[in-house]
Ligand binder design. Structure first.
Ligand SMILES: NC(=O)C1=CN([C@@H]2O[C@H](COP(=O)(O)OP(=O)(O)OC[C@H]3O[C@@H](n4cnc5c(N)ncnc54)[C@H](O)[C@@H]3O)[C@@H](O)[C@H]2O)C=CC1
Ligand SMILES: CC(C)CC(=O)C(=O)O
Length: 364
C-alpha cells in the first residue's frame, strides 16, 4: 500500500505508529479530520493477517468516525486506533500504559474509548497515563462501557428503518437475523426480544450463540448461513465488509440495520442494495450511540442527557431516508451529504474567525 497516496485520497491528517518492545505494543493511531474538534474514536485490538491490513483498518475506521461524529452533531473529529494482537492472549497492563503515553503525547488531538477487543479495564489502564480517554470506570465519574448504549441506539435505528420499509415501526412479529452476538448485539437482542421480534443468530463463538438461544429462544445458524435465512431485517453486528458481492444475492431481508462499522465492502455495494430496494441504515448513523455516550463525559457525564441524545438516532435516520428519497440517492450517499455539510459549514466559519486554531483576539 502506498500510504501517502491512500492518506491523500481521503485527506487524512496523521498516522501514528506506536511500538514498545517490553510490553509488545504495536499500535496504529489514525487521525482523519479534526475540523469539528479533537478526534474521538475507539481502540480495536485484533489479530490482523498483515501490517497493511491493520493500517487500512485504522484508516477506514478513523474516516468513519469523522462522519459518525459529524452526523451525530458532536463537536468532534474522527480518529481510531488498532492494536495488533490477540485480545485473549496478548494483553498486559504495561501494553495499555505504554499506549496511554502515546495518546498523551498527542496532547488532546486524539481521545480514545473501547472498541472490539478492548474493555473498561483496558481504558482504566490507559487512564493511568492520560486524561484523553473516555469509557473508563464509572467510579471516575465516567460513562463506563459504551456497548449497551450503542445497542439502545441501534434498536431505535432498526425501528426507524422498519418504519421506512414497512410503514410501521413495530418490531413485533418481525424476524431479525443477527450476525455476531457480542457486547452490542446481546443487549440489542434484549430490546428486540422484549418487543416481540423473532431472532435468528450466528457467531463464531459458540458460547455467545448459546447465550442468545437460552435467553431469547433465538434460532441458531452457522456463520455462513446467516445471509440467506428468511427474515425481515438483517443486523450485521460483527466486523465490517459483510455486504459484498457474495452476500447480497443471498439476502432476503428488506432492511439492513446493525451495529458493525464499515458494513459495505465498497460504495458500489451500497448502490446495488439501493437498486434492489433494500432499506440500508448507514452504519455510522445507526451505531453512533456509544460515541454520543462517551462524548458526553467531556461535559461532565449525565446519563439522562446522553440517552436523550441517543434517541435522536431515530430522527437522524428518518432524515437520511428523506434525503435519499428526495435526491434519489442511496442512503449511504445521503448520510455522507448530511455529515459533509456540517463539516463544511464549520470549516468555513473557522477560516473566517480563527488563526492557527486560536481566536485572533487572543493575540492581543
Ligand atoms: N461497542 C460499541 O459501543 C460499538 C461497537 N461498534 C461496532 O459494532 C460491532 C460489534 O461490536 P462489539 O459488540 O463491541 O464487539 P464484540 O467483539 O463484543 O462482538 C462481536 C461479535 O462478533 C463475533 N464475530 C466475529 N466475526 C464473526 C463472523 N465472521 N461471523 C459471526 N460472528 C462473528 C465475535 O465472536 C463477537 O461475539 C463492531 O463492528 C464494532 O466496531 C460500533 C459502535 C460502537
Ligand atoms: C466510543 C466508541 C464506541 C466509539 C467508536 O469507536 C465507534 O463508535 O466505533
Amino acid at each position: 500500500m502506498e500510504i501517502f497516496t491512500y492518506m491523500e485520497s481521503y485527506d487524512y491528517e496523521q498516522l501514528v505508529f506506536c511500538q514498545d518492545k517490553n510490553s509488545g505494543l504495536k499500535a496504529i493511531i489514525a487521525i482523519h479530520d479534526t475540523t469539528l474538534g479533537p478526534a474521538l474514536g475507539g481502540t480495536r485490538m485484533w489479530t490482523y493477517d498483515s501490517e497493511a491490513d491493520a493500517i487500512e483498518d485504522a484508516l477506514r475506521l478513523a474516516k468513519g468516525m469523522t462522519y459518525k461524529n459529524a452526523a451525530a452533531g458532536l463537536n468532534l473529529g474522527g480518529g481510531k486506533t488498532v492494536i495488533i494482537g490477540d485480545p485473549k492472549k496478548d494483553k498486559n497492563p504495561e501494553l495499555f500504559r505504554a499506549f496511554g503515553r502515546y495518546i498523551q503525547s498527542l496532547n488532546g488531538r486524539y481521545i480514545t474509548a473501547e472498541d472490539v477487543g478492548t474493555t473498561v479495564q483496558d481504558m482504566d489502564l490507559i487512564h493511568m497515563e492520560t486524561d484523553f480517554v473516555t469509557g473508563i470506570s464509572p467510579e471516575f465519574g465516567s460513562s463506563g462501557n459504551p456497548s449497551p448504549v450503542t445497542a439502545y441506539g441501534v434498536y431505535k435505528g432498526i425501528k426507524a428503518a422498519a418504519m421506512e420499509a414497512y410503514g410501521n415501526d413495530s418490531l413485533e412479529g418481525k424476524t431479525v437475523a443477527v450476525q455476531g452476538v457480542g457486547n452490542v448485539a446481546y443487549t440489542m437482542c434484549e430490546y428486540l426480544h422484549e418487543e416481540g421480534a423473532k431472532l435468528i443468530v450466528t457467531d463464531i463463538n459458540k458460547e455467545a450463540v448459546q447465550r442468545a438461544v437460552n435467553a431469547f429462544g433465538a434460532e441458531a445458524v452457522g456463520p455462513d448461513e446467516i445471509y440467506a435465512v428468511d427474515c425481515d431485517i438483517y443486523a450485521p453486528c460483527a466486523l465490517g465488509a459483510t455486504i459484498n458481492d457474495d452476500t447480497i444475492p443471498q439476502l432476503k431481508a428488506k432492511v439492513i440495520a446493525g451495529s458493525a462499522n464499515n458494513q459495505l465492502k465498497s460504495t458500489e455495494h451500497g448502490d446495488i442494495i439501493h437498486e434492489k430496494g433494500i432499506v440500508y441504515a448507514p452504519d455510522y448513523v445507526i451505531n453512533s450511540g456509544g460515541v454520543i455516550n462517551v462524548a458526553d463525559e467531556l461535559n461532565g457525564y449525565n446519563q439522562h442527557r446522553a440517552m436523550k441524545k441517543v434517541e435522536t438516532i431515530y430522527d437522524s435516520l428518518t432524515r437520511v431516508f428523506e434525503i435519499s428519497r428526495r435526491d434519489n440517492v442511496p442512503t449511504y450517499v445521503a448520510a455522507d451529504r448530511m455529515a459533509e455539510e456540517r463539516i463544511k459549514s464549520v470549516s468555513t466559519s473557522r477560516s473566517q474567525f480563527l488563526l492557527n486554531g486560536h481566536h485572533t483576539l487572543s493575540r492581543r
